[in-house]
Design a protein around this ligand. Structure first.
Ligand code: M6R
Length: 614
């Protein structure tokens, strides 16, 4: 949830840290701070409430010299968002400073013990407890920083990615991870730290993704050393990052979200490349070749995910049942992890996550693993924790998603899940050869149809102001379009702060219809499919109660315009692919409504891109 950056080398640290923080602001943006060991050997900590720009304003007249530093952008867990609770946190002597992403669960116990020894605290955070604890151990046991961190982490319960500097050892940063991501970049006579590789890629493409329980000893003039908490040296696994600057910049768009919406046709081509053959009639996924027995033998599929990824799972669940004849349950990872679910070794658990770091999804994976299930990950962020915790998986390859509202990851996830369902169905012989070929062929046509759908942008931008007055909105859909209604509502909620609900259209009459009046915009996904006529009846029910209807329809539709106030027309496709196309106007609607309301589209309040805490 928080973003971590670090630098040690021969360059000035401050500009590198600030640029890195801006890249990581998507992970949290309620406060930010830096700690640098200055040219005079002082350990200076500067922090402010709000976004990184506030921090740079604040630092404009401060001493920001030095070639060693750590920096942080925060999403509050313990303690309100404020400069006081922002990271870095000093230890009592101000010799140490720490930044932290995660939660120290037993911080209250440790804090109490330290308070009885006279330690005073300046913030409400669990993070300050950790740095005070490290310092206490250093003094009490007369240990250098590295050893004291090892002792402290041994006693800490929780999740963390941390970086600590000590002004008495100015050529060193100690970093550690457990269940929160941390990457070390290796340059020429310099090292970088990041929660992901985005703050690092301007300088080097050589990185080490730390594993859980790793401590990195980063010392100027020495090789990077990675140890276990017990001090055992680990083998260095240096990877090459395949990420370019264009992918993480706005490229002329006003917001990342808009850029990411428009990237979708290209993203889906990348997602299918090498998986669907050039003739466009056959799908192969390496995971299925490598793990044939476990995947084809699945008696049941359980999908675990959160938020938008869960919505993609709901659509996929219908595909696995109808195409592969495999029973499928789709679970919120946060609920699944705290039940005692029946999971057996004959189950395949599919974990879906854009970031690959969602704490609840990771915990659900661990639980399913303990119960003997085979785990398949569908993720976007390469090298993140979930792909490393699963037995196999498929990357969606849609490139970094920076906007907090997930857009291209959703359609990328749906594409991978569809390819997976097609592969399984074909191998299990539960799909006719004709339907299989038709579906594969149609999937390859989706990027072009998305291009067409993107042409609704102008129409939607003009419509959006009408909805800015709304306090509540309803999204309706049926079949494959029902989870899409949920997704459309989530998009609107999170970036425009308008309350919105997604509903299966036929459920309206069991309660929500009471809400309908002329002030309630109702968005209906009414594309042409098996349930088309039924959806028309549902539209009429809303119409009869004075509801204001905006319908998303298939080109050539002549019926719905008689009942709807506004029509958005999309190209035709197979029923199960409609969410891929219809997600575009829903994303654009949410985007333009939020822009009209003057909201911070890419960084909506209270949210963070990657939810690495429970
Ligand atoms: O990275 P993940 O896909 O695991 O994230 C799951 C949710 O936090 C995420 O989809 C969230 O709901 C988005 N902000 C929705 O736009």
């Amino acid at each position: 949830m928080c973003g971590i950056v670090g630098y040690i080398g021969t360059k000035k640290a401050y500009p590198i840290l600030i640029k890195g923080l801006k890249r990581l602001e998507y992970r949290g943006y309620d406060s930010a701070g830096v700690a640098m060991i200055s040219d005079c050997g002082e350990l200076n900590v500067y922090k402010t409430k709000g976004k990184v720009d506030n921090l740079t304003d604040y630092c404009s007249d401060k001493d920001v010299t030095g070639c060693v530093g750590i920096a942080h952008t925060r999403w509050a867990t313990h303690g309100e968002p404020s400069a006081r609770n922002a990271h870095p946190h000093y230890s009592r002597s101000q010799n140490l400073a720490i930044i932290h992403n995660g939660i120290i669960e037993n911080y209250a116990d440790i804090k109490m013990q330290l308070q009885t020894k006279g330690v005073e605290f300046k913030s409400d955070t669990d993070t300050e407890v950790l740095v005070q604890f490290v310092e206490y151990i250093m003094v009490k046991k007369n240990l250098p920083l590295l050893e004291a961190v090892q002792v402290a982490l041994h006693q800490v319960i929780g999740a963390y990615a941390i970086a600590i500097v000590d002004k008495r050892e100015p050529r060193q940063i100690i970093a550690a991870r457990k269940q929160s991501p941390l990457v070390v970049g290796i340059g020429q006579d310099e090292f970088f730290l990041g929660s992901d590789a985005s703050p690092i890629i301007d300088y080097t493409d050589k990185v080490v993704y730390l594993d859980d329980g790793n401590i990195a000893v980063i010392r100027l003039g020495e090789e990077l050393k990675v140890l276990s908490i017990l001090g055992k040296e680990q083998q260095l696994k240096v990877s090459t990052v395949d990420l370019n600057l264009g992918q993480i910049e706005k490229g002329g768009y006003e917001h990342f979200m808009l850029k990411e919406i428009f990237e979708q046709p290209e993203c889906l081509k990348n997602c299918m490349r090498g998986r669907i053959n050039v003739e466009g009639n056959h799908v192969t996924l390496s995971a299925i070749i490598d793990h044939r027995r476990q995947l084809l033998g699945a008696k049941r599929i359980v999908i675990v995910a959160c938020g938008t990824s869960w919505h993609a799972g709901l659509i996929a669940g219908q595909l696995f049942e109808s195409l592969c004849h495999i029973p499928c349950e789709v679970e919120y990872a946060s609920e699944f992890r705290y039940r005692n679910p029946v999971v057996t070794k004959d189950d395949v658990v599919i974990a879906i996550s854009q970031s690959g770091e969602t704490a609840d999804t990771l915990a659900a994976i661990q639980l399913a693993k303990q119960k003997g299930a085979f785990i398949y990950g569908i993720c976007n962020a390469i090298g993140s924790s979930i792909p490393r915790a699963t037995d196999t998986g498929t990357y969606i390859h849609v490139g970094p998603e920076i906007g907090v509202a997930s857009t291209k990851a959703f359609t990328g996830q749906l594409t991978v899940l569809t390819m997976l369902a097609l592969c399984l169905a074909s191998e299990r012989k539960t799909i006719s050869e004709e339907l299989y070929r038709q579906m594969v062929r149609e999937l390859t046509l989706i990027p072009a149809k998305m291009e067409q759908a993107l042409k609704t942008n102008e129409q939607i931008a003009l419509l959006a102001p009408i909805f800015t007055y709304a306090r509540n909105c309803l999204y309706l859909g049926r079949g494959y379009n029902y989870p899409l209604a949920l997704e459309g509502a989530l998009k609107l909620k999170e970036i425009s702060y308008i309350h919105a609900e997604g509903y299966p259209a036929a459920e309206m009459k069991h309660g929500p219809i009471a809400l309908i009046d002329s002030e309630m915009p109702v968005f209906v996904i009414a594309t042409r499919d098996r349930l088309y006529e039924k959806v028309i009846s549902n539209i009429q029910e809303v119409r009869a109660r004075g509801g204001r209807i905006t319908a998303i329809v298939t080109e050539g539709d002549t019926q719905i315009q008689r009942f709807a106030d506004h029509i958005i027309t999309l190209p035709d496709t197979l029923e199960c692919f409609q969410p891929l196309i219809a997600s575009i106007p829903l994303q654009l609607l949410a985007y333009h409504i939020a822009v009209c309301k003057g909201k911070d589209v890419d960084r909506p309040r209270n949210l963070a891109k990657s939810v690495t805490v429970e």
